[in-house]
Design a binder for this molecule. Structure first.
Ligand SMILES: [Zn+2]
Length: 150
């Protein structure tokens, strides 16, 4: 009969069996849909989208932000580079005709200036995704893109 740990003659710590409970951090790392991976993928996505150092709309050089063409609530598309565009703060959120302030005008501009991105958005706008997003995979895909870019 198998002995329970309490009946063992050899203490557990000498058997090499680790029974230490997982740390909260380890649990987050083990969960590929956790905010641990989402935050890492968010940061890398933003860095890769902001690769030109200038606004795609007005050409302003300097501090830029990464705008999601389809909302980042669309979890399965949140970390696709096709879904991002580099904008200055004014064109992104804070100007009178910013992407967030006037999405219709922004969409019209996108269709003229960035037809490939516009086509991608149109193709994906109504797509439905099922299941939990794999943010760890998204992070690793972005990391591979970063390494290819060098
Ligand atoms: Zn701008």
């Amino acid at each position: 009969m198998k002995k329970s740990p309490l009946q063992r003659k050899t203490p557990l710590r000498r058997t090499g069996i680790k029974r230490k409970p997982k740390s909260a951090l380890q649990k987050r790392k083990d969960d590929t849909g956790s905010t641990y991976w989402r935050n890492r993928a968010d940061k890398l996505w933003s860095e890769l989208v902001r690769s030109q150092g200038k606004c795609a709309k007005c050409g302003k050089v300097g501090r830029t932000e990464a705008h999601h063409l389809l909302t980042r609530a669309r979890k399965h598309l949140r970390h696709k580079l096709e879904n991002g565009i580099e904008l200055c703060m004014r064109c992104h959120k804070y100007g009178p005709e910013s992407a967030h302030d006037d999405p219709t005008a922004f969409s019209q501009w996108l269709g003229m200036a960035e037809p490939e991105k516009y086509a991608w958005v149109s193709r994906n706008r109504h797509k439905t995704f099922y299941g939990k997003p794999d943010y760890k995979q998204a992070y690793e895909d972005l990391l591979a893109i970063k390494e290819r870019r060098g």
